[in-house]
Design a protein around this ligand. Structure first.
Ligand code: 4NP
Length: 154
């Protein structure tokens, strides 16, 4: 079983989008049973809140449900619980490094570092463009899945 935690700041826009897009990809390839996926935020600001309507709309357009998801902040035990803690932007990695007190097991990654054009996921909180965020997330998830396959993790 491979365990993946997608991480952003608030856990209402980018990381839940990655969580549900990645779960959908796994489901379509019959891989759901061997990969556990969740998401969390580095901040407690949005804890308990549902997925942002802009993200929910992008998912719904593709028949992907995020029903029941509530934002949560990362906890210390996430570092031992998950195999891959995948941030959406550079700042998420810096915040995780500080929160977990380092990355001794090399579990911290940035999603689009798995792609051929490494960059941060476009932040819809500032751009208002959830479609662009979807394109970034979808590219990142596809490349991350290919990485896991190459590494023979799934
Ligand atoms: P997320 O988006 O980190 O992708 O969930 C944001 C949510 C809340 C804030 C910023 C980004 N905020 O500043 O409260």
């Amino acid at each position: 079983m491979v365990k993946v935690l997608f991480v952003c700041l608030g856990n209402i826009c980018r990381s839940p989008m990655a969580e549900f897009v990645f779960k959908d990809m796994l489901q379509k390839q019959n891989l759901s049973d061997i990969c556990l996926v969740a998401s969390a935020g580095t901040s407690s600001e949005e804890a308990g809140n549902p997925v942002h309507r802009g993200t929910a709309a992008q998912l719904s357009m593709r028949n992907i449900s995020c029903a029941g998801k509530r934002a949560r902040k990362i906890v210390r035990s996430d570092y031992s619980e998950y195999d891959y803690l995948v941030g959406m932007e550079r700042r998420n990695l810096a915040d995780m490094l500080s929160f977990f007190g380092g990355d001794p097991a090399h579990k911290l990654f940035r999603l689009l570092d798995f792609s051929e054009s490494p960059r941060d996921i476009s932040d819809p909180w500032y751009t208002g463009d959830f479609e662009r965020t979807y394109r970034d997330v979808s590219e990142g998830c596809k490349c991350f899945l290919e990485f896991l396959r190459r590494e023979k993790k799934i």
